[in-house]
Design a protein around this ligand. Sequence first.
Ligand SMILES: Cc1cc2nc3c(=O)[nH]c(=O)nc-3n(C[C@H](O)[C@H](O)[C@H](O)COP(=O)(O)OP(=O)(O)OC[C@H]3O[C@@H](n4cnc5c(N)ncnc54)[C@H](O)[C@@H]3O)c2cc1C
Length: 436
Amino acid sequence: MKITIIGGGLAGCEAALQLAKRGIQTDLYEMRPEKTTGAHSTEYLAEFVCSNSLGSNDVYSASGLLKQELRFMDSFLIKFADECSVPAGNALAVDRTLFAQKVTAAIKENPNINLINKEITDIPTDTPVIIASGPLTSESLTQKIMEFTGRDNLYFFDAIAPVIEKDSIDFNKAFWANRYNKGEDAAYINCPMIKEEYEIFYEKLINSPTIELKEFEKGAKFFESCMPVEVMAKRGKDTLRFGPLKPVGLTDPRTNIENYAVIQLRQDNKAATLYNMVGFQTNLKWGAQKELIHCIPGLENAAIVRFGVMHRNTFIFSPFVLAPTMQARIRKTLFFAGQITGVEGYTESIATGLLAGINAARFLENRELLTLPSITMLGGLCSYITHMEHKNFQPINSNWGLLEPPVKQKDKKLRHKMLAERALDYFAGIELLNQN
Ligand SMILES: Cc1cc2nc3c(=O)[nH]c(=O)nc-3n(C[C@H](O)[C@H](O)[C@H](O)COP(=O)(O)OP(=O)(O)OC[C@H]3O[C@@H](n4cnc5c(N)ncnc54)[C@H](O)[C@@H]3O)c2cc1C
């Protein structure tokens, strides 16, 4: 039996090559060059739409660990990236044209892959399918995916708030409390500001540079609840104090006073190592964002694991729609891969493409599907995006907070080294992945 793959981007190509390696035939549909996304500019498969970097190559960094795991799992695209790398310090950056040409040639030359340059406008039901149509999925297919997931489970635009490592927050200034002390346990971290601090923060916020939206993104509409904090701030000096930064009901238990403004952080992962800034979605340039966050009391040394971003991004509500195997919960013949699953980044898209490819093959062979444990970066990533309790699901890239259980080690470098070695030991112990 054949598998249909929709989208010849990073995830779709990795999935196709994984299936082909296992002797399974695929029809790989790619709508370019006939129809473009607005961001892609070549006729090649697996095009890097923006930067040419796949992030750090240091195995003791989160992104580097994910790449190393992919090498263990015999990722084709990471192998091509290694072959096309250009000097970039610790990062894995590639000659993007060479890379895309290599992937395109590998797909075209593979007898198990039938590349068809055509837009798919509906989800096929006659074969198992991997949807890997990316953040800029064509409109007609988006409509059909929405019919499948339900309207509330498909998003079109990212307006993401920054995520901070809890260990980097200064709890001499921040305090735990729920508004009006509702609920049993204090779940929110609160960074209080007096009037003078708020005024400094406010001036910085409204004067910070933002990232300019691309032409194809300009028509997109924001939901009011996704309004960037800097746009809201420009409506008036006190708008934020009556909105996401409102201090009412948040009395500091140490001083018993209510502050002038409060920035709240809410738990972002099961391990409670990551916290996102509530209502703080932003499109500020990353340097400016860092400066702004570091002027907030308690966050002076905050380690920002994900900056706020905004761009057009079609992604499904994976906690509801997907299982950690990348398989749709309600249709076992349907898999999703790449950025459309709510992972963020080139390497993460390749990684979920690899897992979807392996699992689609296992599905056809009536074998148990692969779920990686959260001690690995890929396992942690898949667990995060498919975890049912996320109410405020937003796309995520690889980061240390995804790994579970967390290890107890105060020294950050040592902690990351321990986490990385634990993950790599796991892969060293399961050679079978390469054959299967
Ligand atoms: C503007 C922009 C900039 C980004 N910059 C970066 C960055 O610098 N670094 C980073 O790590 N990540 C970046 N990302 C995020 C993400 O890593 C990339 O989008 C990545 O390419 C996603 O891989 P993918 O395989 O999921 O999708 P893609 O690589 O986009 O592949 C999807 C493919 O599906 C095709 N397609 C869509 N609809 C259909 C259809 N109906 N029928 C057939 N084919 C279809 C598209 O033409 C495309 O080739 C960016 C995203 C965007 C939107």
